[in-house]
Design a protein. Structure first.
Length: 339
């Protein structure tokens, strides 16, 4: 008797719609670069309509049985290496998304199309829930105990409850109880975001978990900018000849060469000029120290600050290529020093 039942089960014909559904899923998998699994729990028909509208022409959304998706994945796994790891996420009520979009872009579209709803007992706070300061328009009564329970400072003004300052009543990840849900509903605060949550996405042989798809573009922009700054600094220090830094490297090398030429009095025009300027500056410092103590020498008292200013001005002229009357300036400096 038992064996006849087993034979009957084995001979049972697979429904045609299941065969067609598996074939459709296989075709969708092979035609798209990104295959994602999203949680369909608590998603209403209207919300799903809005998501389909936002992804129209960019992605195909398909609600199907997990068992049929598993079969489709296994049958195309040779053509999509690594795809079989997506089977681990085929639990619960899912919707499958087939697209050529980058999965991070897909995540941003889904995030933008989430809508708010009132909190219910048992919900998990998606972010810190803040009760803002201001007049609630609610008359005093039993609800005062709710404000007290969640340490929300209030006062009564003209027959209404006024919240004194912004107050966090639930931190991210905390469970919302019935009393808090009631208070938030009274205040018109809808902290729960409803939308498709990606469980995972497959692209280029990789499975990316949903949590890793939630990135902050501004934060990543700052990180990339900082990385670029460090890369430029490293390229300059290493004298790496790439277009972005080659001009800076040459300018830096030129300034270092000039400094060296001045320090060793290299007998070239720039070296002699810089050496003389340095000698004049040092002589002026010595003169300013000696002149007050030995007036009989008749040395002119030079102001170090003025010398430094002239030196900076001269450096600016070098950068702009203004080198007029350099010999006259040196001669005038010597004359001023020795009277």
């Amino acid at each position: 008797m038992a064996s006849s039942k087993i034979t009957t089960v084995r001979r049972r014909k697979i429904p045609k719609w299941k065969i067609e559904e598996v074939q459709l899923l296989k075709d969708l998998i092979l035609k798209h670069d990104t295959i994602a699994v999203a949680d369909l729990t608590n998603i209403g028909s209207y919300q799903l309509y809005l998501i389909r509208k936002a992804l129209r022409g960019k992605a195909i959304l398909r609600v199907s049985k997990n068992t049929l998706m598993k079969i489709a994945i296994k049958e195309v796994s040779n053509e999509k290496p690594g795809l079989e790891k997506l089977i681990d996420y085929l639990k619960g009520q899912n919707i499958f998304i087939f697209t050529n979009m980058n999965p991070f872009e897909l995540q941003r579209v889904l995030e933008k199309n989430k809508v708010s709803r009132p909190a219910r007992a048992g919900d998990i706070a998606p972010e810190d829930i803040v009760v803002p300061a201001g007049n609630t328009g609610i008359p005093p009564g039993p609800i005062m105990s709710k404000f007290s329970e969640f340490k929300v400072p209030v006062r009564i003004e003209e027959g209404s409850i006024v919240i004194i300052r912004d107050t966090v009543v639930a931190k991210k990840g905390e469970k919302i109880n019935a009393d808090l849900a009631e208070l938030l509903n009274k205040l018109g605060i809808e902290p729960i975001k409803v939308g498709l949550e990606l469980k995972a996405a497959y692209v280029d042989g990789l499975i990316i978990p949903g949590e890793e798809l939630k990135v902050n573009p501004e934060e990543y922009f700052k990180l990339i900018t900082e990385a670029h700054r460090h890369a430029v600094a490293l390229a300059i220090e290493a004298c790496y000849p790439v277009g972005e830094v080659i001009q800076v490297i040459i300018q830096r090398a030129h300034l270092q060469a000039l400094s060296l030429a001045g320090n060793v009095a290299l007998p070239i025009p720039d070296g002699i000029r810089l050496a003389l300027q340095k000698a004049i500056a040092e002589a002026n410092v010595v003169s300013s120290l000696i002149a007050p103590k030995c007036p009989e020498l008749g040395l002119a008292v030079a102001k170090v600050e003025k010398v430094e200013e002239e030196k900076k001005e001269e450096e600016k002229k070098e950068e702009k290529g203004e080198e007029k009357g350099e010999e006259e300036e040196i001669a005038a400096g010597l004359a001023g020093l020795f009277g």
